[in-house]
Design a protein around this ligand. Sequence first.
Ligand code: F0G
Length: 461
Amino acid sequence: METIKRRSWAEPFKIKSVEPLRMTTREERELTIKEAGFNTFLLKSRDVYIDLLTDSGTNAMSDFQWAGMMLGDEAYAGSENYYHLEDKVKEFYGYTHLVPTHQGRGAENLISQILIKPGQYVPGNMYFTTTRLHQELAGGKFVDVIIDEAHDPIAEHPFKGNVDLQKFENLINKVGAEKIAYITIGATVNMAGGQPISMENLRAVYQLASKNKIKVVFDATRAMENAFFIKKREKAYENKTIKEILLEMCSYSDAATMSGKKDLLVNIGGFLAMNDYEIFEEARNMVVVYEGLHTYGGLAGRDMEAMARGIEEACQFNHLQARIGQVEYVGNRLIELGVPIVRPIGGHAIFLDAKQFYPQLEQLNFPAQTLAAELYLDSGIRAMERGIVSAGRNKETGDHYYPKLELVRLTFPRRVYTQAHCDVTVESVFEVWQNRKNVKGLKMIYEPKYLRFFQARFEKL
Ligand code: F0G
């Protein structure tokens, strides 16, 4: 008798509203990518078929969230939705004080300015583009203290986002704790491939930091996805709820920056949260300068309501299982086809290893930038470079940073694409993999000063 393997999960929602997609021809795409300077950030959305540029702000909201938008209290001060959000942040993340911001980098700006004195060091478990830039603009120096495995695309470590405690301790011994503004802990670690950090490591980092009176600033942007991995991979947590895990994770930090545009299933929003009243007082004052009054921080009341409701939905196990399960589905199919991707498969994205696609290219011929353009040319699928272009230049020497990883990120918006879209994506990536031999690289012809990957332009060699 034939038996079939039963699926372990399906999306815990059905579709109520749809948005048409536009397909283009290869000839059209040859023109549009050239016009965009071979930078997928410069493509018009209408020229994109399946948009895997980012999972940031691209989520589909639920009917419950949309209904909440009608309950937006658009008062300049003291909006009802602010207090709702404050309650939810306290309940799920555990921090006492909340300062809303328009998105994650708004919070990064505030905390960097408040805590960093010029010349101080800011260690972290790998850099993130906007986070490091705000640290540098505030006069800080970022130091990478992630474990070595994180820089190796095929090292099968279950918690590749972990801090190397020895590296952190060495920095403390070398420069002195008073020269360290704080340590940033990302969960999951975006630039390492959406890799999680373990609870054990979070706890140990907090202990070491606290012993040296160093604050821990948690980048909670994808912390719920990280909590899912802890539940799956860390024995002591298999019977805990995502909510319990998240609360414990946050308890090992003093403050958190948050881009609600990821985990929290909204299109805009973020916050800074903390326990320390003095930091809160300063942040609440400073937010007025950069974002808006402390009870809206650059957001409409309805945006805060959608985010408050998003917190509850995002923290559901079934949601996370389908979200991370979709990424895993694509990753496993690519692995079966022999396409080189970062392993293990991360939480929000599949990262293609562009160095293995194009060993014929020097890093300064931009292998990952090239691969993202080739994928777009093949099918209209939009991905993102995460290699030397994203890494930028050393502020002091002016040289390029040469990251070990040269990756293309296929990032999955939450609750947006179906399994058929996933199959089409896999087929296109495989086609590009098969045609990898004669591909030539790119030359950068325009380089902006800050976060160059967003607006840099290239030409075919
Ligand atoms: N921290 C992490 C880990 C992020 O991934 C992002 C944004 C931010 C902070 C900044 O938040 O965009 O709301 O200002 N990541 C997006 C991405 C842009 O595509 O990975 P933001």
